[in-house]
Design a protein around this ligand. Structure first.
Ligand SMILES: C[S@@+](CC[C@H](N)C(=O)[O-])C[C@H]1O[C@@H](n2cnc3c(N)ncnc32)[C@H](O)[C@@H]1O
Length: 283
């Protein structure tokens, strides 16, 4: 089992998004929350969300964001229903907890409804997400850890410290791999592949520019960097598919989030440039 070195700076890495609390600086989970109508955001986050909608004119940013959250809920519901009891939500952000316009529940509660004894690990670099996570989730079977996903020994130590890694784990990487460079994302997935037991499942949603005007996508990434002070990497379908290479893709393969287990009730999905999604198994 790898040892935990809790300080990414000691490993030569910059600290991850939101690692120091600063309400004047927009951070990914709060901008994401502002797009979903969350009430616990700051002016900088709401301004960043509004500016992203302006820059990505023609792209239904709020609907695409909501659809990312809804697809993750469907995936967790399905996997818990199939008998999975251990979950690691890496880059999980602040639990939804119905604190949004669409009354979306948090993933830990969705899993708990199917598996009351489920074990849940929420890991994020952002101190405000982690603090809210501890307050909102708490209770039996939940661990919340502040860690940078690029600090692999720390991530692996959190997994081993809170889950039984000799048994299958569902790893959720929702809307987070696009904050890592391709080598960083690949290293994380390689490390997960090496550490996870057979039967484990990885769920990924990832920003893509597919289907959108390239100039608009470029302008969006540039605006995101300016507003948040961090890089964001929308990727092609081929690149996002490549991240699953060591795992066995489950049907329906690499799809837009709106195509994953489409709900038979509720608002009609809005097509457009999107998050792509895959669910894959560690054989
Ligand atoms: C857009 S939010 C998505 C939240 C949640 N996974 C979802 O899909 O609803 C991205 C999250 O990834 C986290 N994040 C980004 N880069 C990270 C890193 N290097 N290490 C850990 N967390 C990171 C952010 O702090 C944020 O909470």
């Amino acid at each position: 089992m790898p040892t935990n070195t809790p300080d990414p700076a000691a490993a030569g890495l910059s600290s991850g998004p939101g690692s120091v609390f600063n309400p004047a600086q927009a951070v990914p989970w709060r901008t994401y929350g502002a797009l979903l109508g969350a009430k616990d955001t700051f002016a900088a986050d709401r301004e960043a969300a509004a500016e992203m909608c302006r820059t990505l004119h023609g792209v239904p940013v709020k609907e695409v964001t909501r659809e990312n959250a809804a697809a993750l809920i469907r995936a967790v519901h399905l996997l818990a229903g199939q008998g999975h009891t251990q979950f690691a939500d890496l880059g999980g952000g602040r639990p939804m907890n119905r604190l949004n316009d669409d009354n979306l529940p948090d993933l830990a509660t969705v899993a708990e409804a199917e598996q009351p004894a489920r074990q849940w690990l929420l890991l994020d670099s952002d101190v405000s997400a982690v603090t809210a996570g501890r307050a909102l989730l708490g209770g039996e079977g939940v661990a919340v850890v502040q860690q940078d996903l690029r600090h692999l020994p720390g991530v692996m130590a959190a997994l081993h410290g809170h889950l039984d890694m000799s048994r299958p784990v569902v790893v959720i990487l929702g809307a987070v791999l696009h904050f890592l460079t391709m080598p960083e994302a690949q290293l994380l997935l390689d490390a997960l592949w090496a550490e996870l037991a057979s039967g484990s499942v990885v769920v990924v949603t990832h920003l893509t520019g597919e289907g959108a005007d390239p100039d608009t996508v470029q302008a969006g990434a540039k605006a995101y960097r300016t507003l948040h002070g961090i890089d964001i990497y929308p990727r092609t379908r081929q690149e996002i598919t490549g991240l699953a290479a060591r795992f066995d893709l489950r049907p329906p393969g690499v799809v837009q989030t709106i195509e994953y287990e489409p709900p038979d009730a509720g608002p009609a999905p809005v097509p457009g440039p999107h998050f792509l999604m895959w669910v894959a198994e560690r054989s």
